[in-house]
Design a protein. Structure first.
Lengths: 263, 341
């Protein structure tokens, strides 16, 4: 991956802040996402990761700072608008409707249709075929696209959601802790698809609290703590050890080590 | 590129059948049918079947949109009295304005749809549970039905509109009797079948159907991928209103007067029919055909008890037992179906 391209970033946040009433959820966060790159957002629980993706995906609006999409300053008012501008978000738990078949989930919200007037209907054959083919392209060989998506494993569900975003021409893929609830092997599978999406030229925002997963695939690393940005590094500026240490809270960790040893 | 895979065992028609939401209700319907066929001699006659179908259709017309609404994850407790409201509006408007009854029918359609839209709008705006919103509408409509009728007609029923212009044609459309092969069938049976077909098509083959399953199955996921959740739910409530309008006009034109206190309690019958038909009470699962089978079980039970010459008081007991059995059976079937993995 060529990280030094001078093309405009797909998404560029600078000095963004967000308040919920009198709670400061986010303050002075900057982040950029480029085509063919993975930007990792790392932070512990309550660090502001969720707020950050809600701003990028159009669920919430930022209060301060600027959000640029392909160089144009903007403010997203709905998830639909974010989608229309090429930003697809895959949420950890609310990515799919468990009781619905895989193919219905795959096209949910963007169903292809045929026919005219009152006979306008979903192109079910096309939907079934495309779902199977697109998943196969991402390396998932599904037995039956008619099975409820809830019967798939957590990793497979994430992969369906990623394949879906790629198919619908997303330029930016936002992944909310895709590996959080998964075992080691399944995490590896998901990370492989994240890399596959990157190789297709997408810009990826990977939210995680696992520095090992982040360092495996990431090009840029943004560290959040208690709503503020405590680090923003490119891959050649930081080592895994340093990342892990910053992520764990640096001096906080030293204090904890001390405390545990004393007791 | 075929969507079939060699790991998908060909011997799965049974599994496929088991995964249908209406399976439990079909088994139940067959059981009830056999039961009354044995218990009541007159049950198997064509005329009895016609009576059973008529009773089923009056519930079924409402059970269809109520089932769709339940798949969409919501309830409508005002559905029962809304039928009466719709009939009252139609009757009173025609009578008071001395207009052609079709004008009243049209006004009633608009007004009833407005009530449905109000339910949906309140729900999506306030985000309160549909139980509370529609309980409110239920009570308000009950009061309005009685209050307005007493205010205008000084009794609890409306004045007859049988001698008014347009009544014969409206009667033909909403309450006539068709004779097929020497047996009389009420036209509501046709309305019912048409609604089941329409609802099935919407659910299984249209984008709106996909959205209905999605808002009931996981509302937040649906919203996140761009499904218009509020519009879908308002549309579903307006669907219930449409059903209430058809039922209401049938009520009016089969008797030419309307009792303003009617309809209370029917909302639960519609919900029970939908649940017996395999609709998941938490939303996201179910079918229109299932609701029809549920309504048919109702029709068979209510009329079967009469044909068997038992005390009709037993009806409620049967109903409760049926509901419990059907729900248990559905839960079991779904577990089996989802264990395909």
């Amino acid at each position: 991956m060529n990280r030094t391209t001078e093309r405009t970033a797909l998404v560029d946040l600078s000095d963004v802040s967000k308040r919920y009433g009198n709670v400061r959820a986010l303050e002075g966060v900057s982040l950029e996402v480029r085509s063919g790159e993975i930007t990792c957002v790392l932070g512990d629980n309550g660090a502001g990761k969720s707020t950050l993706i809600k701003i990028i995906s159009g669920l919430h609006q930022h209060d301060g700072g600027t959000l640029r999409i392909e160089g144009e300053e903007t403010r997203l008012t709905s998830p639909r608008e974010a989608l229309d501008r090429g930003i697809a978000t895959v949420y950890q738990d609310l990515a799919v409707v468990p009781l619905m078949p895989v193919w219905r989930n795959f096209f949910l919200g963007s169903e292809p249709r045929k026919g005219a007037g009152p006979f306008k209907r979903m192109d079910v054959d096309f939907m079934r075929r495309t779902t199977h083919a697109e998943l196969l392209r991402m390396g998932i060989d599904l037995r039956d696209v008619d099975q409820p998506i809830g019967t798939l494993s957590g990793g497979e569900r994430q992969c369906v959601a990623i394949a879906r975003a790629v198919y619908f021409g997303a330029k930016v893929l936002v992944l909310d802790e895709p590996t959080a609830a998964l075992g080691v092997k399944q995490s590896g599978v998901v990370l492989k698809y994240v890399a596959a999406a990157r190789d297709e030229g997408l810009g990826v925002v990977l939210i995680t609290h696992n520095p090992h997963h982040a360092y495996l695939v990431g090009n840029r690393f943004v560290l959040l703590r208690r709503g503020t940005m405590v680090g923003n590094h490119t891959r050649d500026e930081i080592t895994l050890d340093e990342l892990t240490k910053q992520m764990a809270g640096g001096s906080d960790l030293d204090a904890l080590v001390h405390e545990l040893q004393d007791s | 590129m075929s969507a079939v895979d060699e790991r998908l065992l060909p011997a799965s028609p049974l599994r496929r059948l088991l995964s249908r939401p209406e399976l439990g209700s079909v088994v139940g319907a067959i059981a009830v049918f056999l039961f009354f066929a044995i218990a009541a001699d007159s049950f198997l006659r064509a005329a009895s079947l016609s009576t059973v179908l008529y009773a089923s259709s009056t519930i079924g017309i409402m059970a269809v949109p109520v089932a769709l609404l339940m798949i969409g994850g919501e309830f409508d407790l005002s559905a029962g009295v809304m039928v009466t409201s719709s009939a009252l509006i139609s009757s009173m408007f025609s009578y008071q304005m001395t207009a052609n009854v079709w004008v009243g029918v049209g006004v009633s359609l608009l007004a009833t749809l407005a009530i449905g839209a109000f339910n949906g709008f309140m729900l999506t705006r306030t985000k309160l549970p549909s139980f509370i919103i529609t309980l409110g509408t239920f009570l308000m409509l009950t009061g309005l039905n009685l209050g307005f009728t007493k205010l205008i007609d000084s009794t609890v029923s409306t004045k007859t509109i049988a001698d008014m212009e347009g009544f014969p044609t409206a009667h033909d459309v909403f309450a006539s009797t068709l004779t097929i092969g020497g047996v009389d069938f009420k036209i509501t049976i046709l309305w019912w079948f048409a609604l089941v077909a329409l609802a099935s098509w919407i659910l299984l083959r249209t984008r709106a159907g996909n959205w209905i399953f999605a808002v009931g199955g996981n509302q937040d996921a649906a919203r996140a991928v761009g499904v218009p959740v509020a519009k879908t739910k308002i549309g579903l409530y307006m669907g219930v209103a449409l059903g209430a309008w058809i039922s209401g006009q049938h009520l009016l034109f089969s008797y030419d007067v309307v009792q303003s206190g009617e309809g209370v309690g029917n909302e639960l019958i519609y919900i029970i029919a939908a649940v017996i038909g395999g609709c998941l009470i938490t939303g996201g699962y179910g079918s229109a055909i299932g609701s029809a089978v549920g309504a048919f079980i109702f029709g068979m039970t209510s009329k079967g008890i009469v044909f068997a010459e038992w005390n009709p008081d037993w009806f409620k007991f049967f109903l409760g037992a049926m509901l419990l059995l059907a729900t248990l059976l559905n839960a079991w079937v779904r577990k089996r179906a989802e264990a395909t993995k």
